[in-house]
Design a protein around this ligand. Structure first.
Ligand SMILES: *Cc1c(COP(=O)(O)O)cnc(C)c1O
Length: 393
């Protein structure tokens, strides 16, 4: 299997992990060819996660912005976002490989909660690594993970955030890979993770493509998703990649504005480099040190992007834009008030650009926006933001 997307991707890890990655790659490629495995995956997506999710025609939004807007409702999944699709896939693979323990790293806590959820479902021993800063500011998610039976390890090194938690998880994995599976939560990391995460998120576009063909009898003109590491976006793009008439757009977080330097747009100003086992676009300073990303949305606050997105950008198949904190928060309000849906702040970035794009389209064109998650987790941040209190990411 190809380990690179153009010049991006690869396996930039310690020699001691190479065999582990090889074993994982072989197990994964066999599993997705195995009808029994894929049926079990489909069973849990339907019966446990609650798929398929609706492709909802947002009538009032469409009237307001002048083109037909459909929302792919990943917010309606169990645990409130798309992340569970991937976690179920990876945990079933772990089971198949005979691994009884799982580890994960988490920043905002969303991937940690999804992993703890799946580990409870499959009765696996689960440890989640989290930077000390994040443990403090995401106390509710730490409590959720503990309720679900996971152990949360507070990592004290470097900036005490996701970057450091990830390094700690990789170090632990190198020592314990014999009986331990490392669950990565976005389309990042060394091969085969970006490919695995894409395959386990492909269900989003598989459903959406069939749903739009049924409703509109033709393909959408535009497909839009927000990009943190890029898992909901690659899942939303996957089944449209070979349809050149479908314009694919990823929306990164512009934080306080790209020009302020306080943002998370790896592809707007980032340069290729290596982080967390992969080569991709990263936010770096002049000396090549990875910079901290900045966004009101904790889920988009990652200094890199998955390698396939780097490739899709360079090849021109997809384009990448960004939305600021303010644009996202305004779009969040619009969705609440016009459709009665409170989106995650991450998803609101996709909406912010979607509304701009819609104004350039005609009334009979169609757009699908991936509503990656629901906003229940964000109400405190929203309240503080609109009260002018700022935020702590
Ligand atoms: C984690 C998260 C994201 C960002 O992750 P991707 O891997 O880029 O999809 C987006 N939306 C929600 C709701 C999330 O929880």
């Amino acid at each position: 299997m190809e380990r690179y997307y153009g010049s991006y991707g690869g396996q930039f890890v310690a020699e001691s992990l190479m065999n582990t990655l090889k074993e994982l790659e072989t197990a994964f490629e066999q599993a997705i060819q195995d009808k029994g495995f894929m049926e079990e995956y489909a069973y849990y997506l339907k019966e446990y996660v609650g798929r398929e999710t609706p492709l909802y025609y947002a009538k009032r939004l469409s009237e307001r912005f002048g083109t037909k807007i459909y929302l792919k409702r990943e917010d309606l999944n169990h645990t409130g976002a798309h992340k569970i699709n991937n976690v179920i896939g990876q945990l079933l693979l772990a089971k198949r490989m005979g691994k009884k323990k799982v580890i994960a790293e988490t920043g905002a806590g969303q991937h940690g909660v999804a992993t703890a959820t799946g580990a409870a479902l499959f009765q696996m021993d689960c440890t989640v690594y989290m930077g000390k800063e994040d443990v403090a500011r995401q106390a509710l998610n730490v409590f959720r993970m503990e309720m679900l039976g996971a152990k949360v390890v507070s990592v004290e090194s470097g900036s005490n955030t996701l970057k450091d938690a990830t390094n700690e998880a990789i170090r632990t994995w190198a020592k314990t890979a014999e009986d331990t599976f490392y669950v990565i939560g976005s389309a990042v990391g060394p091969h085969p993770y970006p490919r695995m995460v894409k395959e386990f998120q492909r269900i989003i576009s598989k459903e959406a493509r069939a749903q739009i063909l049924e409703k509109e009898h033709r393909l959408p003109d535009v497909v839009i998703a927000c990009v943190g590491g890029g898992s909901n976006a690659i899942g939303m793009f996957a089944e449209f990649l070979d349809d050149p008439s479908v314009e694919l757009i990823g929306v990164e977080a512009a934080g306080l504005g790209i020009e302020t330097g306080q943002h998370a747009s790896a592809m707007a100003l980032g340069k290729p480099g290596t982080l967390h086992g992969m080569k991709s676009y990263l936010l770096q300073d002049q000396d090549g040190n990875v910079q901290l990303a900045h966004s009101i949305s904790a889920g988009l606050d990652y200094p890199g992007v998955g390698p396939e997105h780097a490739y899709l950008k360079d090849s021109g198949r997809a384009s990448y834009v960004s939305a600021t904190d303010k644009e996202a928060m305004d779009a969040l309000k619009v969705l609440c008030e016009t459709e009665g849906i409170i989106p995650a702040i991450e998803s609101a970035h996709a909406l912010a650009y979607a509304f701009k794009k819609a104004r350039t389209m005609t009334q009979d064109q169609t757009m699908i926006v991936c509503l990656s998650g629901r906003g229940d987790k964000d109400v405190n941040t929203v309240a503080d933001y609109f009260a002018g209190k700022g935020y702590m990411n």
